[in-house]
Design a protein around this ligand. Structure first.
Ligand code: HAM
Length: 425
């Protein structure tokens, strides 16, 4: 028997309603902030991510799902130099789409959101999959610190709408490209002397991407890092001012946050404000979502230089937390029809069609179950009402309507039942 690929999941019908709730809540909140949905393809040229995330980013180095894009002719696959990949994230795709579809020319400043699967070749564990889902947004075309504040407040409001509590917002500023170079130099000076004490991964990072050492989870690396006593001295006056405005703006909106000087994020495109939202419930993969500014990416991908910022939540992680916090999806009203006998079946099927026409969610038994079996099925489906039609009801020209919560039963006509149930939703 075939099995699903490691690191992927089947989202079964009983789970889908929680996904839909999160998606619907997201659409509601995004529209409050005037974000419009965009749906870019799941496949892109691999080069888009090499260029945007950086050749040394772990996602690019180790986690890309490359797709064989060579055409097949005469049954043989041709060689190709062009690589496609399953998108590991959406920010680069959105900027590509923004430029390719001239949204920069038609709209200038643009706010977009997206919901969909991402793919990374990672070692699966709790909260870490190879196919996972993002709910994210990108606001492209402004350097204003007010936008950083809006985007973080949007993330905060989304979490409130999902009913998630006890999350932590951490922020930092990586500054402009010059500041990043400063920070790299400061780190280089102090960490090179301690090279031997760092883990093997960090020893490699020293040469390739020293900033990544800062968010290493290894105990011995953490001890060394804490002693560095990092401050924001590497920021230029403009970037310092921008960061100050962001912090003040968050305080003004009463959004709780911590400044974490070790927060660097793993993707090269980030500049100035970066943030991560964590939750203790998640264990080692504790980020519910993350984002930041990427003021050089639009120019890097061929557009006019302009500021941009966004973030993405991992949907699987949101669901891990909502489930652990005991949120139950309220079952939608379902009416379950049980018929006994041929005549009752005919009348019942007509009533079933009429209920659906009136927007009442309704179902019936297709397995010729006994009354007891059909009642059990109605229970399993968490039906809110059951309609029973047997010989007696046919004779009297009524149906038996049972409320599953209270157990109350009443005999009413089909017209009455339609009126009563359609007024209920
Ligand atoms: P990211 O931090 O790589 O950022 O991913 C965002 C979120 O996706 C993470 O915080 C986590 O919740 C979830 N996530 C990441 N990898 C996995 C995985 N393997 N399994 C399950 N969940 C995962 C980005 O991708 C940026 N594009 C965010 C952004 C948007 N920055 C600016 N705009």
């Amino acid at each position: 028997m075939f099995k699903r690929i490691i690191g992927t999941k089947d989202i079964l019908p009983e789970e889908v309603s929680s996904w839909q709730e999160i998606e619907e809540a997201s659409r509601r909140v995004f529209s409050l902030y005037n974000y419009k949905e965009i749906r870019p393809p799941l496949m892109e040229e691999a080069g888009l991510f090499n260029r945007s995330l950086g050749e040394t980013a772990e996602v690019v180095q180790k986690q890309m799902f490359l797709v064989n894009s060579a055409p097949i002719s005469n049954g043989k696959q041709e060689k190709t130099k062009q690589f496609y990949c399953l998108r590991p994230e959406a920010t680069a795709s959105i900027v590509r789409a923004y430029l390719e579809n001239h949204l920069d020319k038609t709209f200038g400043f643009t706010k977009l959101y997206y919901i969909g699967p991402m793919f990374r070749l990672e070692r699966p564990q709790k909260g870490r999959l190879r196919e996972f889902h993002h709910i994210g947004c990108e606001a492209i075309g402004s350097l204003d610190a007010a936008l950083d504040i809006e985007v973080i407040s949007l993330a905060d409001n989304l979490l409130k709408e999902y009913n998630i509590k006890d999350y932590k917002i951490q922020i930092n500023s990586l500054g402009c490209q010059k500041d990043r170079k400063n920070l790299t130099a400061i780190l280089g000076k102090s960490l090179m002397q301690k090279k031997e004490q760092l883990c093997v991964d960090c020893q490699q990072r020293l040469g390739r991407n020293i900033l990544r050492v800062l968010d290493c989870k290894n105990e011995s690396c953490r001890e060394i890092l804490i002693k560095l006593e990092l401050s924001d001295d590497y920021l230029c006056p403009d970037c310092k001012m921008h960061f100050k405005q962001v912090k003040e703006g968050l305080e003004n909106l009463k959004i709780g946050y911590n400044v974490n000087p070790y927060l660097v994020r793993g993707l090269d495109y980030y500049t100035r404000t970066v943030f991560e939202i964590t939750h203790n419930e998640l264990g080692s993969q504790d980020a519910l979502g993350a984002g930041g500014r990427y003021d050089n990416l639009v120019a890097e991908l061929g557009g006019q230089s302009t500021g941009a910022i966004g973030f993405a939540f991992g949907v699987e992680r949101l669901l891990l937390v909502t489930r652990s916090q005991g949120h139950k999806v309220t079952s939608k009203n379902l009416v379950y029809l049980i018929t006994l006998g041929k005549e009752a079946r005919q009348q019942g099927l007509k009533l079933l069609a009429q209920m659906r026409q009136k927007g009442i969610s309704a179902d019936t038994d297709y397995e010729e179950k006994s009354l007891k079996g059909a009642m059990r099925r109605a229970n399993d489906l968490a039906a809110s009402q059951v309609i029973i039609i047997g010989e007696d009801e046919i004779k009297k020209g009524v149906v038996l309507l049972k409320d599953m919560a209270t157990g109350e039963q009443s005999e009413i006509t089909r017209d009455q039942v339609l009126r009563q149930l359609s007024g209920r939703t």
